[in-house]
Design a protein. Structure first.
Length: 626
């Protein structure tokens, strides 16, 4: 691999040059000239952000430097770097929520895919490219994957040019006849319009699960799993719908949150076990709960459009009981609480936002640490077996940011080590905490780099793939205008020495297909490539008994499946085949897949419809098992 002039790779040959102080850094290698992006319709009118200077906000021309908020990768810029004023997200329908229903021509209803929050629009509605099916390009040269997935359509349109993973390796493109029936799982009651403190409804045992022995299993063939249950929406939502948080599986309970409630369901039959009503909209949640099933969520501090995501609520997911509640204290004018990111590590929950951070003990709500002193301030965290912080440092040039990655003590907040990438590179996502795999972007040049770090925070390797492979990662709806969420991406898996990613869909044949590629974390090079079955695509979920657990996505005539790939590669081995007869029901518009106890669960990531009647017919969850 060719190196930039006068720069040598570190030991291990990962292709990442050193800075003058000897810290491994991503190289500044010019990208391959991109193809011209397609012409985009005029950007909708935007409300510009305030121009007063301050920490973590776009700067007015000539303003003093300050901490910049992390910028959405590839977003159009008035000036290069993360601190310039950013057109795009203000007032624009974002990412998958402005897109239209999937490829099969389904209409809203209990078995159909879900339309976006703005109702059904003609192709190209709202002036943005129409997604034809999950993961399909939004425009020629586009992509459903990479660090731009889930960003507003105007961002995607501005970033359609091909990217490369610095170091000359991975090239990425930033794209991305039914019979409607009555609701199969009528609701027992709509969600209340809660006020005041959270209240728990333990339910009447009826819930909205669908019995397994009904007509959904009538066409089931030998060897196929059963449809265990199916639920439809029972919450009266605002006009534009609502995001779904979770799911979290704790023992025999599957929990999800949406709008103004958090609910627990039996994994066996889908019946609602408990419901916790919230006083306002749920607005943030961590990717994982504590080992004993506790979680802390964000709730808005009011029901008006001006409300902030400033209240924290602890919940026991086993019982649905609400624990401690407290409000985040705003620290200065530029402590923006519109978007916060929550992460849990051990008994600690962190609250990251633009220019401030706090940490609390999950068990009792005691504050553990807050904003540190010094030139660099954390803006986001990733949790799990370790607590990883991403920080932005004050610089003399707001257009040339300095970010850093740290492992911090979850009790004291003290850093154990610090890794500083080269100036201009921004910490985008943490794909894996242990082993530590970090996504970095350089928005101005539309570059994307994935680094693996050692236990002591030094560079382990930089992932360098084959040029013909374009990679995809699904970060869902984790886009925030005034904040950033490091965790929550899917389509990835990792063990001690290997990192697994999926490629973008290959549509050159008669049907879509893709591959899973395994990278050696010690060298950054591919170890093997496993192809999905013909005309099928697959998505890594996690590790399972030393194997890579993947979801084989449904096609127009084939049900989805849970499968494993051996650590040495090879064809995926199916462990749970979903029925072919329910493939179109299974193919949600946008969903999260979970697998536990031999059962698979498909949970909608957003619930929305054109009217109240269709809203109550939206399929929200589906479970399969033996």
């Amino acid at each position: 691999m060719t190196q930039p002039p006068s720069q040598q790779p570190p030991q291990g040959g990962s292709g990442v040059p050193q800075d003058p102080q000897g810290t491994p850094q991503p190289p500044q290698q010019p990208p391959t000239p991109p193809a011209a992006p397609p012409q985009m319709p005029p950007t909708p009118p935007q409300t510009p952000p305030p121009t007063q200077p301050g920490y973590g906000y776009p700067q007015a021309p000539g303003a003093q430097p300050g901490y910049g908020y992390p910028q959405a990768p590839g977003q159009p810029q008035a000036a290069p770097g993360p601190y310039a004023q950013q057109p795009g997200p203000y007032g624009a329908p974002s990412g998958p929520y402005a897109q239209q229903p999937g490829p099969y021509g389904q209409q809203p209803g209990p078995y159909g895919q879900q339309p976006g929050p703005y109702g059904q629009q003609p192709p190209g509605g709202y002036g943005y490219p129409q997604q034809q099916y999950p993961g399909a390009p939004t425009a020629p040269g586009g992509s459903g994957g990479g660090p731009f997935k889930g960003k507003p359509a105007v961002v995607i349109g501005a970033a359609l040019a091909a990217l490369l993973v610095v170091g000359g390796g991975i090239f990425l493109a930033t794209s991305g006849g039914d019979d409607p029936k009555k609701p199969v799982a009528k609701t027992s009651s709509g969600a209340p319009e809660p006020t005041g403190s959270p209240t728990v409804d333990q339910g009447d045992g009826k819930g909205d699960g669908r019995e397994a022995e009904d007509d959904l299993n009538a066409g089931r063939k030998a060897g196929e799993a059963k449809v265990l249950w199916l639920t439809t929406n029972d919450v009266d939502l605002p006009r534009n719908g609502a995001d779904v948080y979770g799911p979290w599986i704790v023992g025999d309970t599957l929990v999800k949150g949406m709008y103004r409630s958090v609910s627990g369901y039996s994994v066996a039959d889908g019946k609602k076990k408990w419901n916790l009503a919230l006083p306002a909209d749920m607005c943030a949640a961590p990717a994982t709960a504590t080992a004993d099933g506790k979680i802390v969520i964000g709730v808005k501090n009011g029901t008006t459009d001006k409300a902030d995501c400033a209240d924290l609520q602890m919940i026991d997911l086993n019982t649905g009981k609400a624990g401690w509640k407290k409000s985040i204290t705003k620290n200065g004018t530029w402590d923006l609480l519109s978007d916060i990111g929550l992460a849990i590590s051990g008994d600690t929950v962190t609250v990251g936002r633009t220019s401030n951070s706090n940490a609390y003990r999950v068990s009792d709500g005691k504050e553990l640490f807050g904003k540190p002193s010094g030139n660099c301030q954390p803006f986001a965290f990733a949790g799990g077996p370790k607590l990883i912080a991403a920080s932005s440092c004050r610089t003399d040039d707001v257009n040339n940011p300095q970010h850093q990655v740290q492992e911090v003590d979850p009790t004291t907040g003290k850093p154990k080590w610090t890794y500083k990438p080269k100036r201009g590179w921004e910490v985008d996502k943490v794909y894996s905490v242990s082993p530590l795999v970090v996504s970095l972007t350089q928005p101005e040049e539309k570059k994307w780099s994935i680094l693996a770090l050692k236990e002591n925070g030094t560079l382990r390797s930089q992932l360098v793939g084959d040029k013909e492979d374009k990679f995809s990662v699904d970060c869902g709806h984790d886009f925030a205008i005034f904040g950033q969420k490091l965790e929550g991406c899917t389509g990835l898996a990792a063990d001690a020495n290997t990192f697994y990613m999926m490629t973008e869909d290959d549509t050159s044949g008669t049907g879509r297909t893709n591959k899973v590629i395994a990278f050696d974390l010690n060298t950054g090079k591919p170890k093997w490539k496993a192809a999905a079955p013909a005309e099928r695509t697959m998505k890594p979920l996690r590790m399972e008994g030393g194997n890579v657990l993947v979801y084989l996505e449904p096609s127009y005539d084939k049900g989805g499946a849970i499968a494993t790939i051996a650590p040495t590669g090879g064809a995926p081995k199916v462990v749970l085949q979903h029925p072919d007869s329910t493939t179109q029901i299974e193919n949600f518009f946008s969903s999260t897949i979970a697998y536990a106890g031999g059962r698979s669960f498909i949970v909608s990531e957003r619930v929305s419809a054109s009217n109240d009647e269709e809203e109550k017919e939206q399929t929200t969850m589906m479970a399969f098992g033996k």
